[in-house]
Design a protein around this ligand. Structure first.
Ligand code: DQA
Length: 150
């Protein structure tokens, strides 16, 4: 069996990981997190591509281009989580199964973070496990523990 192709999308400000609010997001840099993601992907037989963008339109373009290339999307939409109907509609419109991930626990922070406009069009949401939230998403995909509409 070939590798399952997965696109990992890091949204805005996640390029600052390591130095950005370390009490909340930890001290691991995005490069170090990506190394862990690639390593686990290799172990689990996933074919990974990872991108980061601070721009809503670029994230929408990446989602639109995913069908036919990737079987899954793992996305941390950053602050777009809470208000980007554009990213939500891109995921819904392409019907590509997606998992929303967050380093922090959205539910023990400010009120505005409790709502995700994107989670309802995702297969599921993983929040609160630091960078390991991404690794849990890869396990979910590889372990076939989740069903999706595709
Ligand atoms: C985040 C949570 C968001 O509310 C925030 O805007 C981020 C990071 C997380 O991974 O915990 O940028 O998505």
């Amino acid at each position: 069996m070939g590798k399952i192709p997965v696109l990992v999308i890091h949204g805005p400000n996640l390029n600052l990981l390591g130095t950005r609010e370390p009490d909340i997001y930890g001290t691991t840099s995005l490069d170090e997190i990506n190394t862990s993601i690639y390593d686990l992907g290799k172990e689990l037989g996933l074919g990974l591509e990872i991108i980061q963008s601070n721009h809503e339109g670029q994230i929408i373009d990446a989602v639109q281009q995913a069908p036919g290339v990737y079987q899954w999307i793992v996305i941390n939409p950053g602050a777009f989580t809470h208000y980007s109907y554009g990213i939500r509609d891109a995921i819904a419109g392409t019907a590509i199964p997606a998992i929303e991930v967050h380093l922090s626990n959205l539910h023990n922070r400010e009120e505005f973070r409790r709502q995700s406009v994107i989670a309802p069009v995702c297969v599921g949401q993983i929040s609160g496990f630091g960078y390991k939230s991404y690794l849990l998403a890869l396990h979910a995909i590889a372990g076939n523990t989740v069903e999706h509409k595709g």
